[in-house]
Design a binder for this molecule. Structure first.
Ligand code: ADP
Length: 200
């Protein structure tokens, strides 16, 4: 059974932490677009040179670039058993492109886990990290970008009946347990539309 998931949440909501735990437990790859982009920047590839300034400013990289990266990544064989998208989609056009891509593969998303955290806890968490774009002014800006461009995805996925809210203002172990509950309910429900028997 494939488990196709999206982790959605503002900067500092703990997506990366949870994605790492889920990938170990469920043996499906976590695809973190921020990590992919930072690796390109560090390696100084043409793509890295193109996206560097967006990352430094805390702006979103253009949709088409991101969609191409994800299309390529989802064509790798390790995603056959499922995947956890961490950091994609981040805009409505990205979400639409993802839906189209997955429809072609006949494997629609199983669920979108929204990690909810209040603004102050987010800023506190970002303050404990040491990434270049975690400087307070850039971190604040990334949160604004989230509210403007990514938050509309909450409604987008709620309308699809895929949104699952996770209270992420708690210690990571409790967040992890809440995510496990959701995944158990998906698996219990026959999970992947790939394997769900036809309704009678
Ligand atoms: P965060 O902790 O803010 O969620 P990420 O590591 O996911 O950080 O992303 C870091 C940066 O990478 C973003 O600020 C943005 O510049 C770029 N980025 C990552 N994913 C996307 C995406 N799906 N669309 C556009 N830009 C992205």
């Amino acid at each position: 059974m494939a488990l196709d998931l999206v982790l959605l949440g503002p900067p500092g909501s703990g997506k990366g932490t949870q994605a790492a735990r889920m990938t170990e437990k469920y043996r499906i790859p976590a695809i973190a677009t921020g990590d992919i982009l930072r690796a390109q920047v560090e390696a100084g590839t043409p793509l890295g040179r193109r996206v560097r300034s967006y990352l430094a400013r805390g702006e979103l990289v253009p949709d088409q670039l991101m969609v191409d990266i994800i299309r390529h990544r989802l064509s790798e064989p390790d995603t056959e058993a499922g995947f956890i998208l961490d950091g994609f989609p981040r805009t409505v056009p990205q979400a639409q492109a993802l839906d189209a891509m997955l429809a072609e593969l006949q494997r629609p998303l199983d669920a979108v886990l929204y990690l909810e955290v209040d603004r102050q806890s987010r800023l506190d968490r970002l303050g404990q990290r040491h990434r270049g774009d975690d400087r307070p002014e850039i971190a604040e800006h990334r949160i604004d970008v989230f509210l403007e461009q990514t938050a509309p995805l909450i409604g987008y996925y709620r309308d699809q009946g895929k949104l699952r809210l996770i209270d992420a203002a708690r210690p990571p172990e409790l967040v992890e347990a809440a995510i496990d509950d959701v995944i158990r309910s998906l698996v219990g429900a026959g999970a992947s539309p790939n394997t769900r028997p036809p309704r009678s």
